[in-house]
Design a protein around this ligand. Structure first.
Ligand code: AMP
Length: 421
């Protein structure tokens, strides 16, 4: 009998190694929960149409890499190649798109792509991912990127680079596509066969081609953000300013796009030089139209996914520290005026750095509405309120939610007073 072997591109994780997996999973969950994310678990198999419909017909993971088969009932099903489509399906199917407000979800689990296996490229691999629904705020993009940066740090990865770009909204697309088609038509003979197809279906994808010659043609093009409208440009400017304020390191990468159709405005990727040819640790972006496109309400969203195998390759998993004071009371950071939103986000980041679970209001809405949300989110915790005066004098108004008592505390004393006394 021929010896039995695991399928190519799949791996067993034996106890010595699974210790590292467990540590990363535990640490990752801890960081996600600090930011108010809750876990969703969706099936590993779905109707194939879910992916063809949402990821775009020309997406490589649909055309070339999907594990497709007919089940016993004659349905065409697929092993999930990524997480977002399933999460959005569940979000709509369970009516969460109708609830208004913010929904922060994360997932962890295996994904399947029939790729040619190589270092860092598996047929079954594992992702940590998150999706946040219900916010169109640029500061939501920032919070997600700050979370991703912290997550990588806390699981022991250093030296990762966050690359960001603005690819405009649905309204900007027709003109962008028309101009890009014009440009790429002039270099047809330098493009690979796949890019000829991309040129027809979605020329933005050419920026994602790994072939050297296509890459150099793409680098010669005007960047997609040049066709972004005023709103999208303003959105991206706020994203960059708030990343600076939070001291989240990033590089502008004007030719970076994502391989899937559904992204709008901010897109990002984290790369790590130590990974070789497959250098992406994770990627994501905003997708404001997908929920509606898949039959739900019009709900803006942003998300990302990181690969666990690549985190293990890039990191020194042993460097992970023990969690800090995870059981401290939770915090909601409110802002009196939209001008204080970046400061509120920065304060939440400071708390995350101390292992304190916190979410900041990122939407332009009255304090009263924020306080209503706070009493639902942190009934036994604190609301930290930042107004013009607080920002100017370096203080925070602290409301203890269980008693309703309120007092002003100097920013420098905040953590000691609220969490250590
Ligand atoms: P993508 O959806 O292709 O942007 O993937 C997000 C992340 O998942 C990548 O940055 C990788 O870390 C990981 N990933 C994607 N495909 C694979 C694969 N075939 N093997 C291992 N990790 C992968």
């Amino acid at each position: 009998m021929t010896p039995l072997k695991a399928l190519g591109g799949t791996s067993d994780v034996l106890p010595e190694e699974s210790r590292h997996w467990q540590r990363i999973e535990k640490e990752g969950r801890r960081v996600l929960e600090l930011y108010g994310y809750q876990e969703i678990r969706t099936p590993l198999i779905e109707e194939a149409a879910l992916f063809t419909g949402s990821l775009g017909e020309a997406a490589e993971i649909v055309t070339k890499q999907m594990y497709l088969f007919e089940d016993r009932g004659g349905r065409t099903v697929a092993l999930r190649p990524e997480g977002t489509a399933s999460v959005v399906r569940a979000f709509i199917e369970k009516g969460l798109d109708k609830t208004g407000g913010l929904t922060r979800l994360y997932y962890l689990g295996p994904m399947f792509r029939a790729e040619r296996p190589q270092a860092g490229r598996r047929r079954q691999f594992h992702q940590f991912g998150l999706e946040v629904f219900g916010s169109a705020s640029p500061y939501q993009d920032v919070e997600v990127m700050a979370l991703l940066t912290r997550l990588l740090q806390e699981v022991g990865v250093s030296g990762a680079a966050l690359k960001i770009n603005n690819i405009g909204c649905r309204k900007d697309r027709p003109e962008m596509i028309r101009k890009l088609k014009e440009y790429f038509q002039t270099s047809l003979s330098d493009l690979c066969e796949d890019c000829h197809l991309r040129l027809e279906k979605n020329p933005l994808r050419i920026f994602d081609c790994k072939q050297d010659k296509c890459h150099s043609v793409a680098q010669g093009s005007r960047p997609p953000s040049q066709w972004a409208c005023g709103d999208c440009k303003d959105h991206f400017k706020k994203v960059c300013e708030a990343l600076d304020l939070l001291k989240v390191g990033y590089e502008l990468d004007p030719h970076r796009v994502r391989g899937l159709d559904y992204y709008t405005k901010t897109v990002f990727e984290v790369i790590h030089a130590g990974l070789g040819a497959q250098n992406a640790l994770g990627a994501g972006g905003r997708y404001d139209d997908l929920v509606q496109q898949m039959g739900g309400a019009s709900v803006p969203a942003v998300g990302f996914a990181v690969g666990l195998e690549r985190i293990l390759m890039a990191g020194s998993a042993n460097a992970v520290e023990e969690p800090k004071n995870f059981s401290s009371p939770q915090v909601f950071v409110a802002s009196v005026h939209p001008a204080q939103i970046p400061q509120a986000l920065a304060l939440a980041e400071e708390l995350h750095g101390q292992g304190i679970a916190a979410t900041a209001n990122l939407e332009e809405r009255p304090l009263k509405r924020q306080m209503e949300q706070a009493s639902k989110l942190v009934p036994n915790g604190y609301t930290f309120i930042l107004g013009e005066e607080e920002v100017r004098e370096g203080s925070v108004t602290v409301k203890e939610m269980s008693t309703g008592s309120q007092r002003k505390v100097a920013r420098a004393d905040l953590i000691r007073e609220c969490f250590h006394d």
